[in-house]
Design a protein. Structure first.
Ligand code: FE2
Ligand code: FE2
Length: 214
């Protein structure tokens, strides 16, 4: 039996299971190997290492949010093909989640304590976007991915150049996020109103600032 035939109660249980695994389990790499796995660890001083770890923690939480957004949207998507494409994207984001977690461990740092809060918030935002209708939901994906792309560019400038491992991960993530945005627009995503875009930017600013410390 495929997931397509599950009823609403099944979907809620599957969603709950995915939430627990995202927050408290070790994500499985579902498709691709870690782009940093063949690269050697670089020499960074304590300050550089601390900054890199905090930025990778933010990226990890961003991927926790991506899981929640896509799961929330998949739950409320109207068309089965949209739901499937959301679930497919969440699977690809799972690679990012795993790579960020591995890098965080290598840098001897921890995941954010705020992940459960950001997961719950993102899930509700994703579900609301799905309820608004598929063209809005897809538009929301495209805008989110564009904002993530800008954020990754910023991190790639701030992480020391010699840290090839973090750079390799972020470069692959950026390529994937750009692709997710393109797919969402091609599937019928519309441009969001400016106040919504501004609210999304503000929310992501609160997330990045809080996770930098916690
Ligand atoms: Fe991602
Ligand atoms: Fe993405």
């Amino acid at each position: 039996m495929t997931e397509r035939t599950f009823n609403s109660a099944d979907r809620i249980m599957i969603g709950f299971d995915k939430a627990l695994r995202t927050l408290f389990g070790c994500p499985q790499i579902t498709e691709r190997s870690n782009p940093a796995s063949d690269l050697t660890e670089s020499d960074m001083n304590e300050q550089e290492r601390d900054l890199t770890a905090r930025l990778m923690r933010i990226n990890h939480t961003g991927e926790v949010c991506a899981q929640a957004l896509y799961q929330g949207q998949a739950l409320t998507a109207k068309l089965p093909e949209i739901r499937n494409s959301m679930e497919r994207a969440a699977q690809e984001e799972n690679d990012h989640l795993a790579w960020c977690e591995t890098r965080l461990n290598e840098l001897d740092n921890r995941k954010s304590l705020l992940n459960p809060f950001w997961y719950a918030s993102s899930f509700m935002i994703g579900a609301a976007a799905g309820l608004a209708g598929d063209k809005w939901s897809l538009g929301f994906v495209a805008e989110t991915e564009h904002q993530v792309e800008a954020h990754l560019n910023d991190h790639m400038k701030r992480i020391p150049g010699q840290d090839e491992k973090s750079h390799a991960i972020l470069a692959q993530m950026k390529e994937d996020e750009v692709h997710h945005a393109t797919v969402a627009l091609e599937a019928g995503g519309v441009t969001l109103p400016t106040p919504i875009k501004m609210a999304m930017k503000l929310t992501s600013k609160v997330m990045t600032k809080s996770v930098y410390y916690l």
